[in-house]
Design a protein around this ligand. Structure first.
Ligand SMILES: *[C@@H]1O[C@H](CO)[C@@H](O)[C@H](O)[C@H]1NC(C)=O
Ligand SMILES: *[C@@H]1O[C@H](CO)[C@@H](O)[C@H](O)[C@H]1NC(C)=O
Length: 386
C-alpha cells in the first residue's frame, strides 16, 4: 500500500476513534447556602405558593459543566442530566428578572443571544415543557454546540424565554440532556446524544463524581468510553428497567434490621442531589436512624454527632449489594443545634415511573455506565480519590 494511503487510513482511524472527557464541577449544596443566608424558610413559602416548583428538593447539589453555543462562542454552565434529552439555555429575550439573576450571590447568569451568532438557525417553533415539574417556555433553534474541543453543528436547542422563579436559586444557565429521547411535549426536538453517538468510539458515556467543596475536579463525564483510572474495570451490567430510561431494577433494600422486600424501578439521576426512596421504605429509614422531623425546615434530621454512624442503606441489585452510607445520606446543611438532615425524599412526582431516584450520593460511590449500544447500564466501584 502506498505510504500516503497508510497515513490516510491512520488518520481516518484517529478521526473515528473519539472518546473524550468533560470535567464536572460541584455547585455545593443549595439548601445549605439558603439556610446559611437565612433564606430557606422564605424559599419554602415561595414554593408553596407555586405548584410544580420543587427543583431544590432534589436538585440540591449540581454537578455542572461548561458548554459553548454559537459563533463566536457564548459560554454556559449547564447541568448534565441523564433524566432529560434536549439542550436548553436561558435566552436574552427572556425579560423577567428570574431568568437572569442568580439570587444566591446576586450575579447575572449567561443568556444566549441569537443576534450575535453567525451559526444560529431559527426553527420557528416554540414549546411549553416541564423540567423537574417546572414549566418552561422556549423557542427552538439550531446552533453549533461545543464542549471540550468537540462540537456538534446544527444541533437543535431550546432558548428558554419563560422560566419559573425557582430557577433563580439554581447555579445553572441551562441543561444538557443525556437521555434517550425527549419527553412527549418535546417530540421532534433533536436529541444531542443521538447526534453525538455515531461519532463516538463506542455508543456510550460514563460518569463519576466525588465530593469537592472547592473548585477542583468534582468528577467527569466520558463520552465514547469509560474512565478506567477512576472506575473499577469490574463492571456489573444491568438491563434497563424501562426501555429508553436510564435505570434498572432494585430487587430489595434494607437499613439496619429493617428491610424492604418489594422490587422497584430505579433511575440513575445525575441531576439529583438527594436520594429518592419508595414511600414504604421511608418509615424504616426513620426508625433505623431515629430521625426527627423539623417542622420549620420541613426536613428529617439526626444529631450531627452521629452522622457517620447510622446503618448503610443496602440495595440488592442484580445479585450484588450496593451501599449508600450514612456519610452520604446525612448532611450538615448548617441548621445548627447539632441538626444534620437526611438527604432523602419520597416525592416520586419527579419521575412518576420510578421508586428510587439514585443521584449523587449513589453515583459518588459507583461509576455509572450508560450503554446506548446494548440498551443497558453498568455499575462499577469508584476508585480514584485525589
Ligand atoms: C432572534 O430571535 C428573535 C426571537 O425569536 C427573532 O425575532 C429574531 O429574528 C432572531 N434573529 C435572528 C438574526 O435570527
Ligand atoms: C456565583 O455563583 C456562580 C455559580 O456557583 C459562580 O459561577 C460564580 O462565580 C459566582 N460569582 C461570584 C461573584 O461569587
Amino acid at each position: 500500500m502506498p505510504k500516503c494511503l497508510i497515513v490516510f487510513f491512520a488518520l481516518l482511524g484517529l478521526a473515528l476513534a473519539v472518546k473524550f472527557s468533560v470535567p464536572l464541577r460541584s455547585s455545593g449544596s443549595l439548601k445549605e447556602k439558603m439556610v446559611r443566608e437565612g433564606r430557606y424558610s422564605e424559599y419554602l413559602v415561595q414554593r408553596k405558593s407555586a405548584v410544580r416548583q420543587n427543583l431544590v428538593d432534589t436538585m440540591d447539589e449540581f454537578y455542572v459543566a461548561d458548554i459553548a453555543l454559537g459563533t463566536p462562542a457564548q459560554h454556559f454552565t449547564v447541568s448534565l442530566d441523564t433524566g432529560s434529552s434536549v439542550i436548553w439555555v436561558l435566552d436574552s429575550h427572556c425579560d423577567s428578572q428570574n431568568c437572569h439573576e442568580y439570587t444566591l450571590n446576586h450575579t447575572m447568569k449567561s443568556a444566549y443571544n441569537n443576534e450575535t451568532s453567525s451559526s444560529f438557525v431559527d426553527a420557528n417553533n416554540n414549546f411549553l415543557f416541564y423540567y423537574s415539574q417546572s414549566e418552561i417556555y422556549g423557542l427552538l433553534g439550531k446552533e453549533k454546540v461545543s464542549f471540550s474541543g468537540f462540537s456538534l453543528s446544527n444541533q437543535d436547542f431550546i432558548r428558554a424565554t419563560v422560566l419559573p422563579d425557582v430557577f433563580t436559586q439554581q447555579p445553572i444557565d441551562g441543561v444538557f440532556g443525556l437521555g434517550w429521547a425527549p419527553q412527549a411535549e418535546l417530540k421532534g426536538v433533536g436529541n444531542p446524544m443521538q447526534a453525538l453517538l455515531p461519532q463516538l468510539d463506542q455508543p456510550m458515556f460514563s460518569i463519576w463524581m466525588q465530593r469537592n467543596d472547592g473548585m477542583g475536579s468534582a468528577g467527569a463525564i466520558t463520552f465514547g468510553g469509560f474512565d478506567s483510572k477512576a472506575c473499577d474495570k469490574n463492571i456489573q451490567y444491568l438491563p434497563l428497567a424501562e426501555p429508553g430510561v436510564w435505570g434498572f431494577t432494585v430487587d430489595s433494600a434494607s437499613i439496619g434490621i429493617f428491610s424492604h422486600k418489594q422490587s422497584g424501578k430505579a433511575i440513575s439521576a445525575s441531576g439529583s442531589g438527594w436520594t429518592g426512596i419508595p414511600d414504604k421504605f421511608m418509615p424504616q429509614v426513620i426508625k433505623a436512624t431515629k430521625a426527627k422531623y423539623d417542622w420549620n425546615y420541613e426536613l428529617y434530621y439526626v444529631p450531627c454527632s452521629t452522622a457517620a454512624s447510622h446503618p448503610d442503606i443496602k440495595l440488592h441489585i442484580g445479585g450484588n449489594v450496593y451501599y449508600i452510607t450514612s456519610a452520604e445520606y446525612v448532611l450538615d446543611i448548617g441548621l445548627g443545634n447539632d441538626k444534620c438532615v437526611l438527604a432523602i425524599f419520597v416525592d416520586t412526582g419527579l419521575a412518576p415511573e420510578a421508586d428510587w431516584i439514585l443521584g449523587d450520593a449513589f453515583i459518588r460511590r459507583y461509576c455509572q455506565i450508560y450503554d446506548f449500544g446494548n440498551s443497558r447500564m453498568g455499575l462499577s466501584k469508584f476508585i480514584q480519590r485525589d
